[in-house]
Design a protein around this ligand. Sequence first.
Ligand code: NAG
Ligand code: NAG
Ligand code: NAG
Length: 650
Amino acid sequence: MFFVGALSLLLLQSTNAQRHDADLMSFVTLRIVVARMLTPPVVFLDQLPEVRALKWEITHHDLTRAAPGYWFVAPYGQISPEEPTKKYQQYQVGPYIYDSDGMLIWAGAPLYDNRNVFDFRPVTNIDGETHLSFIVNWDIDYSNKGHGVVLDKNYKVEKDVNMLLDVHDFNMHEFNVLPGGKSALACTYREQEVNLADFDRPEEMGWVVSGGFVEMDLETNEILAQWDSLDKIPLHESVLVGQSDAPAGQPGWDYVHINAVDKNEAGDYIISMRFTDTIYGISGEDGRIMWRLGGRESDFEMDFTFSKQHDVKFVSSNGTHHVISFLNNASFEQSNEENLSSALFVELDTTAMTARVVRRVNRPDSGLTRLRGSVQLLPNDNVFVGWSEWGYQSEHAPNGDLLTTARFASERYSTYRAYKGEFVGRPTSPPDVVASVYGTRNDDTTTLIHVSWNGATDIARWNFYARAHAQGSSILIGHAEKHDFETMYILDGYMDWITAEAIDKDGKVLGTSQVIRSEVPQNWKAVGFTGSTMGPTPDDPAVIAAIDKSNTHPSSSGAKAEDQASTGSSGSSSAYADAKEVAKAVNQAYQVVRNVGALLVLILLVCIVAGIVVGVRFITNRRKTRSYQHVPAEEGMPVEAIPLRSQGPE
Ligand SMILES: *[C@@H]1O[C@H](CO)[C@@H](O)[C@H](O)[C@H]1NC(C)=O
Ligand SMILES: *[C@@H]1O[C@H](CO)[C@@H](O)[C@H](O)[C@H]1NC(C)=O
Ligand SMILES: CC(=O)N[C@H]1CO[C@H](CO)[C@@H](O)[C@@H]1O
């Protein structure tokens, strides 16, 4: 009777969960549900992290000219951390790597327990390898102000720096690891009280949020350099506040809104202030403003305009002549000065004081990026632009041709910045395998294997092995090309003690899973099995493999059936047809389980009415399920205003 309850709960849960999540991927290997029975009989459902990565909508205009590499994004629903009671249970926000077809490579959400991260990027300037860096959001209980993290290719934390200053949080805009990886730049926001003399009101005081940056030592967490706008950028440069505005209380006028910082080889800095429409060159020697580009007090003769810019970076610089890149969103929440946003590459001559646009990439859908965004020059001279909202991003050839556009299938998420780059990922945990066995007769069983390896790149195919018993030798039972994050493999027979082996394109073994037992129905009779109540016993894979070699039974192995229609890239068409048959059989088996389950819901209800305690965690699971619908958005609030002001914990 109790397995009945367990089964029904499982079924209820899975049907509920599917309602509001068509825009999310789901996986067998990353969604592990274990039903355990104890004496006295109480049903537990242990649910490990469920990873639900975002799906993409992608248009490739010319994939042949796209730069090699993966996409690095950090989707979030709302910027501020959520209260524990409302905490979003499913793992969708956080650092994610995809390939250019939107295939998931790494779901990093479990690493920081579903916390928001920002500015997730590949870092190539430390040594010969690609590292990963990002900012982890502050804790809701304010036990941590957030931190900057660098991971190695094994996804191990290499550097983890805290924000030591008197600021509210580790600001979300920038974590810029400098060449060599010894230090990194970050933005700071500070609440300060100022005299309004600059607005000809010397008798008045008001609060402002100043903008600054720090250079932090990644080893010691020491602050190597810091700079703040308060005594450097007067109020009247701001386009957000005016001469006659009433003074503000805390947190104060967000009068500059720093959103990017970079450093050149000469040791000077470049910063972007969104609310002065200005890019500033800051001397590394004494912190003075060397020049202003744009805004009310531009020092340059310019052949262009820009406003509300983001992600200002040096492309090249020799101290006097610079090429810089930035996103000219030309707009913010309340108004726009231009009709569309663009990525700009500008050549600055700081001797003649001229600024010329050398490259412009317009937003492909002619829209406006009012918030956030990023621009990245790729090694092959393509430009990769993150337009931010809904993860909209595009890649452009040197001649301006649009190569790819993509966005999240979901409008519930955005990413602050988006990056592209090559990366080798070698997780230290083994591949994840799940196998299950179905069947109605002893001679008619099917084994369904799912395998994935979160974060592993370069897997070309999977080899599958089984054993006749725990100590049996491992026999190759088949292989499948990897075409998706998770690979499904179906074969005839009851295979057990299964392992999966990840193989790269040269045939090298990248990693091997642990030996796992195949899951079987809790009650074989209930799923229509006609043989003994004990169910079938595991087959000897050596026998099955031998049959396969003799080629009398093409469907028994080597046939691949994937979730989506197969690309038919491997296996003969007859093998594929056979695999489809097998897949159908398995589906029917699922169907049987489902129908049985529906009947059992009734029985379950009877149990509950009778006062029998079944499934103490039913309520818990319902709450988890419901939170699929709870996708927070900061309604009615200017998104960037929320965590960026140095407010105390709310
Ligand atoms: C910097 O580059 C410009 C243009 O390429 C060149 O004219 C100038 O002499 C260079 N300055 C230094 C200090 O190398
Ligand atoms: C923006 O678009 C409108 C209508 O399409 C046009 O009349 C206007 O000139 C454009 N403004 C700019 C600054 O390009
Ligand atoms: C093309 C362009 O950049 N347009 C506007 C950008 O923002 C500045 C300053 O706010 C406006 O003056 C430009 O017209």
